[in-house]
Design a protein around this ligand. Structure first.
Ligand code: G3H
Ligand code: ZN
Length: 288
């Protein structure tokens, strides 16, 4: 099945694809092993900084190797690429999907830059999946203790979403619907389920919604969001936290240990636990 086939199926059968970020081999292995054990297709993503750390060629080669080893669909996404040169690099390298994120720009500028990215991507690879972002998703993929206030003007307006997808030609849309990047310890906000439904209605059945900032959301929020029309959910911070918390604990417990794969092994298990929990909540199990 192609990515589009899976996206279509998420709407017909009310589930969501999991998208998990990585920046080194152990997190990628944890994502792929969890997905293979649960028999689910999977998106793996790298932001500009994440892929600078691991290397563009390396991401392509690793994902290819994992596909061969595990025999499951693994789709590689260039997550939150914020300038055209960066978009070109990953398209030329052969990524399966891109998020051309110009959401910081004014509406018309966002449309212009996203459209330019989509046109370039499709001209190089007609099968590539393109995503744009509209609205302001605050925060960063880390634990955030400060109060993050979402302003009404941050949120995506359904009528603008309709215009945005029509003019840019994106396949996927990342809206701002009360979601925040990172685990926010000081946030009483919730996901605006009604808005998700309204945006989905406005953009139509062939454009799919991606919920960013999945870390820290409740099972009920995920389920309601998926029911309202979300087809993919991004998770990053919870994997990072599982990785580093486990690593700190292991280093404390084994102060003499110097073998990298021995100190990393508990971190892989901790990441796998987080990923498997999310895949189950998203209804993504046994979807191969
Ligand atoms: O694109 C990445 C995701 O939106 C990650 O968000 O760090 O809150 O899980 P998160
Ligand atoms: Zn994101």
């Amino acid at each position: 099945m192609t990515i589009k086939d899976y996206l279509k199926d998420t709407i017909s059968n009310c589930w969501a694809l999991g998208h998990f970020n990585f920046s080194e081999n152990d997190a990628l292995r944890a994502i792929v092993e969890s997905a293979a054990e649960l028999k689910t297709p999977i998106f793996v993503g790298v932001s500009e900084n994440e892929r600078k750390h691991i290397g563009i060629k390396e991401t392509i080669a690793l994902v290819r190797a994992f596909r061969e080893e595990f025999g499951i669909p693994i789709f590689l996404n260039a997550d939150h690429h914020k300038n055209f040169e960066a978009v070109k690099e990953v398209v030329d390298a052969g990524y399966d999907a891109i998020l051309a994120d110009f959401s910081k720009l004014p509406f018309e500028e966002n449309i212009k830059m996203t459209k330019q990215s989509v046109e370039y991507a499709k001209s190089k690879n007609p099968d590539i999946i393109t995503e744009g972002e509209l609205g302001y998703v605050r925060g960063e993929s880390k634990i955030q203790t400060e109060v993050i206030e979402i302003k009404p003007e941050d949120l995506t307006k359904p009528e603008e979403a309709a215009q945005f997808v029509k003019e840019t030609g994106v396949d996927l849309l990342a809206p701002a619907v009360g979601n925040i990047h990172g685990i926010v310890t000081n946030n009483s906000g919730t996901i605006d389920i009604q808005r998700i439904g309204d945006i989905k209605k406005a953009i139509g059945e062939n454009i799919y919604l991606v919920l960013h900032g999945g870390s820290g959301l409740s099972e009920l929020e995920f389920k309601n969001a998926i029911e309202a029309g979300v087809s993919m959910v991004h998770i990053n911070t919870e994997i990072r936290v599982a990785f580093t918390e486990s690593l700190r604990k292991t280093l404390q417990e084994m102060p003499e240990e110097t073998t990298p794969y021995k100190v990393m092994a508990p971190s892989v298990l901790a990441m796998k636990k987080v990923i498997a929990e999310k895949l189950k909540i998203f209804g993504s199990v046994n979807r191969l």
